[in-house]
Design a protein around this ligand. Sequence first.
Ligand code: CTP
Length: 407
Amino acid sequence: MKSLLEGKHITICVTGGIAAYKAAALASFLKKKKAEVHIILTKNAARFVSAITFKSLTGNPVITKMFDSSSFIPHISIAQLSDLILVAPATANVIAKAANGIADDMVSTTLLSSTAPKIIVPAMNTAMYENPITQHNLKKLINFGFDVMEPDSGEMACGTSGKGRFPEINRIYGKIIQTLSAKQVTPLSNKKILITAGGTIEDIDPVRYISNRSSGQTAFAFAEAFIATGAKVHIIAGHVSERALDNFTSKFGTNDITMIRSAADMKKAVDENFEECDMLFMCAAVADYKPNYSNHKIKKADGSLSLELSRTEDILQNIKNDSNKIIVGFAAETDNIEEYALKKLEKKNLDFVIANKVCGNESAIGGECSSLILFAKDKKEQIIFPYLPKTENAFKVVEKIGELIKD
Ligand code: CTP
């Protein structure tokens, strides 16, 4: 599967506030995600950032007038061409116009004449944002089917502090993914996916523990890919890298994440949420052994120290799958990848097993890239996904799983 935004026509209506300069960074970000970015600039917005900036960033002519004969796109066709329209930043003025059906410039006319999904990104002074008139207009837009983002809070350009800042680009990107995926029908649309992420922590004593090098990046990449195909995810995350967690939550928030510590906690959380899900995606590197916990800090002594480890419960193998939910397991292997992966598929009664290599140059552990092999129950073929960024491979694997469960 291509990146979700590849080839999509995204129109950003930039209206006149100081945050207009942040729309330039947004345009550049979306362009890097391979979207075809179009800009409509109001007269006031052009006083903050010039059309040349946007033209250079997007590679497309910038629309500034209703009747612009030099524009390659007739003004009405931008409304039809767009797969998504963002008003970013959206001033109180454009919000009021859109909410009341006023069409007196290119932005408001496009909003009224397009059936594409629309996201409003308000950014303005706190008093204007909190004004009941603006709030009323935003509610009206929500009722008319617009997606409206909450602004960030913090210091404002006018020197005050409060709600009204342009959101971080990652959060806008998360919203774009959710809005676009809600419009497409895939075999995974609205399916509930329970995903486990990261490693577990097995405590030795109050200050020490055993864990592993899993960063959770693979699980977050898969979670994003599932969201992009219209599925709903609930992540049960153990020990993950702060960067991977921040990257995910800055796009999709923290609501759908349950943080746990040990293998026993993960088992409890999976058992509690299994009934609700359509698919269990067991990505976590669950510890197979745990030490016998000491309530007191173990003091050092001369000579070596032996720790006795006992087995943790195997979550996948012991899941009670009475209602035939789809179960996906992972096989992290250093050698004999195919043989061990197929053994796990059978032994743990999985629908799919995804094998990844965790040694050598192409190790999946901790890095940004991985190579994966997907094995499906009852299917002889193995599908190889060569060494690529985890996000790209996740999209491809999710798409393939969608195809296979549809058959
Ligand atoms: N798994 C699990 N519970 C455990 C250990 C592993 O549910 N206590 C799951 C993992 O999340 C993964 C799959 O089982 O989806 C395979 O994990 P892996 O550690 O690769 O294999 P193991 O079965 O633990 O076998 P081995 O360590 O011998 O390779």
